[in-house]
Design a protein around this ligand. Structure first.
Ligand code: ADP
Ligand code: MG
Length: 360
């Protein structure tokens, strides 16, 4: 672990770097600089595949992968509400007492709360008791009664989460005792953003981080310089409805097809409308958000799914300074994209006759 591959190491001295560059220019013998390193893990309740091409300036590609896997497990151990000893679980069990947080959790929580406010509570990280009651955290699914839903909706209120700091300036948080939070809607995007920034710092220029459930962080493009090509799932089928080209960008998708159960012929999915504590039914089947920030893409995909096409489009118009683009796929299969994706989104084979509306 951590050793540079032999052939690559030979390229290090300056004279040999020049020789290697010349060989590359001639198209011979330099494939090892693009060596693929890949690992698949199960973390944050999903399957993640991290792919890195080549090495960094002082760190091998494989070593960088190992570092990233450790970081994901560390973030998960601190931020996963379903883990009894996580910082978030401690906060949920605190009975209103102030709880110390690590810098990363405070950073994520602070940014998540900003997105909750910005989206007018369509993203609300205190939807956790509702997600739990529906069984999305345990797999023991059930449809709650109307009275239960009313009680649950009354407990969803992100303004009941206060970030602070202790006397020593260590970050802390305080949560009202009947409120519980969960960072599931933003944690994967945040992790991707952190890992992407890490790869850039160590000089890795080509990587694709698939954080699961269509949460993607692209570092650079493919080793040959072309953009990464990401399949956009058809929410109503098995295949890819479209292809999105990404370069140095993040992407997050929220869809009713990703986690759901069926009862009496009705699908109930894991994206909760904070106003009703029930699965959000806004007429959308999936929302994909693309932009420079993984956390923003992940959080906004959830929020825009809750808002629906009309309100979501109005949100996009009003927040252009946030720098994000969107693919909305409606229940009837129609596709709407923001103009920033006109050059990078295309329909897949078999979907060519699907109408794509470019929003303005
Ligand atoms: P996924 O985690 O499958 O990628 P999302 O990013 O859309 O999907 O996040 C959904 C998760 O976030 C749910 O599993 C639940 O824990 C939580 N959640 C559900 N609805 C909301 C909401 N409106 N705001 C914030 N978190 C939510
Ligand atoms: Mg999300």
């Amino acid at each position: 672990m951590g050793l540079l591959p032999h052939k690559k190491a030979l390229c290090r001295p300056l004279a040999l770097v020049l020789t290697c560059a010349l060989m590359c220019a001639l198209g011979a013998g330099c494939q090892q600089t693009d060596e693929k390193h890949e690992t698949t893990i199960f973390a944050m309740d999903t399957v993640m595949t991290l792919t890195v091409y080549g090495d960094g300036e002082r760190i091998g590609g494989q070593e960088a992968l190992d570092e990233m896997v450790e970081t994901i497990y560390l973030l998960e151990s601190r931020q996963d509400a379903t883990r009894e000893d996580s910082e978030i679980a401690r906060l949920n069990q605190s009975g209103g007492e102030t709880v110390p947080l690590s810098g990363e959790t405070a950073d994520l929580l602070g940014q998540a709360l900003e997105l909750c406010a910005l989206t007018g509570g369509a993203l609300d990280i205190t939807a956790y008791p509702a997600a739990e009651t529906w069984g999305f955290t345990t797999g023991e699914y059930r449809v709650p009664s109307d009275a239960e839903l009313e009680e649950l909706a009354g407990r969803i209120d992100y303004t009941q989460v206060q970030l602070g700091s202790s006397g020593e300036l260590l970050p802390t948080a305080t949560l009202a005792s009947d409120v519980e939070l969960d960072l599931g809607a933003v944690a994967k995007g945040y992790a991707g953003e952190q890992l992407g920034a890490y790869l850039k710092r160590v000089g890795i220029t080509s990587a694709l981080l698939d954080l699961g459930q269509s949460t993607i962080q692209a570092v650079g493009g493919k080793p040959d310089g072309s953009p990464w090509r990401i399949g956009i799932q058809d929410p109503a089928g098995e295949g890819y409805l479209g292809v999105l080209e990404l370069e140095d960008q993040a992407m997050g998708t929220s869809g009713g097809y990703q986690r759901y159960f069926e009862e009496d012929g009705v699908h109930y999915w894991h994206i909760i409308d904070p106003a009703t504590a029930a699965p959000a039914r806004s007429g959308l089947a999936s929302v994909t958000v693309v932009g420079p920030s993984g956390l923003t893409c992940d959080g906004l995909s959830t929020a825009l799914f809750v808002m629906g096409l009309e309100e979501g489009t109005a949100f996009w118009r009003a927040h252009r300074s946030l720098d994000f683009d969107v693919i909305f796929i409606s229940d009837d299969g129609s596709v709407s994209i923001t103009p920033g994706l006109e050059g990078s989104f295309s329909l897949a084979d078999g979907y060519q006759d699907r109408e794509v509306t470019v929003l303005s």
